[in-house]
Design a protein around this ligand. Structure first.
Ligand SMILES: Cc1cc2nc3c(=O)[nH]c(=O)nc-3n(C[C@H](O)[C@H](O)[C@H](O)COP(=O)(O)OP(=O)(O)OC[C@H]3O[C@@H](n4cnc5c(N)ncnc54)[C@H](O)[C@@H]3O)c2cc1C
Length: 341
């Protein structure tokens, strides 16, 4: 029996924990250590749209593998009739691009149905919004809401014998009695490991009550001044800023940027009841980090560590795929010492 410690209770920590339990069953006991659990993590702020982006130079084949792992998992739960309890909605998405690249994203064929917008379609958006969209595409995707799916996954985790400890960890040394540590600290890895490749990308969003809004709109999603409308179960997310900043306080001018052009796009959103404004810091890294390391503690002990952090604006979209990759790495490392497996 191996004792595995996971640091991090956001989507990456919890998805990795569940995937490790699935792959290694009763050969492991898994404990999640985290300073914050749901509903207080960055993952809980996210709108949860499956659309990979803000991933730096992460290899396209990795992005496809991790994105597909999550998308397939969501289709499976949805087909099994677990959409409500697991927080999954199937939604149509319209993605409009004013400048830059006019190539369809490589991940688009993963989705259930997609097409390029026709010139007529683009023209009607341009008239409505007074913009110059040159390119756009639509596809069918999912939203997966952390405030619903984290409790859902945690239940499975506990049912499979998992444990949690709410506590800050400043160094892997503190957990050196475990057989292996999985690091899913998101932006927390910046301070813990002095990882200079990690940058906070601040997102401020507004949630409004608009149960009649089913379509998701993304405008210049990749750019800093992008905006989007992402319907969730109980509210619709209007967003969202992308500033390099550690500031988690609400900014008044960011609140007002939703009025105007998002309401032009969907006029029925005017004067909707505001549920609240929220801020989160996306853990952007020049490249998602999933790899193993042997960590040397201060007293010279070598501890096995698997890292899984730095998923930028796509943590929810990649969570299950990255959890599966992490679980496989954990298995490979432990197989070196087969006596306990
Ligand atoms: C406004 C906004 C909208 C977003 N929308 C989407 C979207 O639509 N789709 C999508 O796929 N992604 C979206 N994202 C991105 C997504 O939220 C992140 O990529 C994801 O939450 C990262 O998950 P994580 O588990 O790595 O980090 P987190 O959710 O931040 O979890 C990190 C965990 O580690 C713990 N921790 C950190 N340091 C320590 C320490 N030293 N000791 C103990 N515990 C520690 C924390 O307490 C927490 O439990 C959005 C983000 C924001 C801010």
């Amino acid at each position: 029996m191996y004792n595995i410690a996971i640091i991090g209770g956001g989507c990456m920590g919890v998805a990795s924990a569940v995937e490790i339990q699935k792959l290694l069953g009763d050969k492991v006991t898994v404990t999640i250590f985290a300073e914050k659990f749901t509903p207080d993590t960055t993952s809980d702020v996210a709108a949860g749209l499956w659309e990979p982006y803000l991933l730096g130079d992460t290899k396209p084949e990795d992005l496809m593998k991790f994105g597909l792992g999550t998308y397939n998992y969501l289709i499976q739960l949805w087909r099994e009739g677990k959409a409500k309890e697991a927080g999954i909605s199937l939604i149509p998405v319209i993605n409009l691009v004013e400048g830059g690249d006019d190539e369809l994203p490589i991940w688009l064929p993963i989705t259930l149905g997609y097409s390029k917008l026709t010139p007529n379609h683009l023209e009607s958006f341009n008239k409505q919004l007074g913009r110059q969209f040159k390119f756009g595409f639509s596809f069918i995707s999912f939203t997966w809401e952390a405030r619903r799916f984290l409790p859902y996954l945690m239940k499975h985790f506990f049912d499979n014998g998992g444990k949690t400890v709410q506590r800050r960890i400043d160094s892997f040394d503190e957990l050196s009695n475990f057989d292996l540590i999985v690091n899913c600290t998101g932006l927390g890895a910046k301070e813990m490991l002095q990882d200079s490749l990690l940058t906070p990308i601040r997102g401020q969003i507004r949630r409004v009550k608009a149960p009649w809004q089913y379509t998701c709109y993304l405008i210049d999603y990749e750019k800093e001044d992008s905006c989007y409308i992402i319907p969730n179960f109980e509210s619709v997310v209007l967003g969202g800023t992308k500033q390099k900043s550690f500031d988690v306080t609400l900014n008044e001018s960011d609140k007002n940027r939703f009025e105007g052009h998002l309401e032009k796009l969907v006029p029925s959103l005017k004067n909707t009841e505001v549920v609240g404004d929220f801020v989160g810091l996306r853990p952007y890294r020049t490249k998602v980090r999933i790899e193993q390391e042997f960590w040397k503690t201060k007293d010279g002990k070598l501890v096995k560590v698997v890292h899984n952090y730095g998923h930028g604006g796509s943590g929810i979209s990649l969570s299950v795929g990255c959890g599966q990759e992490t679980a496989q790495l954990v298995k490979n490392i432990l197989e070196v010492d087969k006596s306990k497996l």
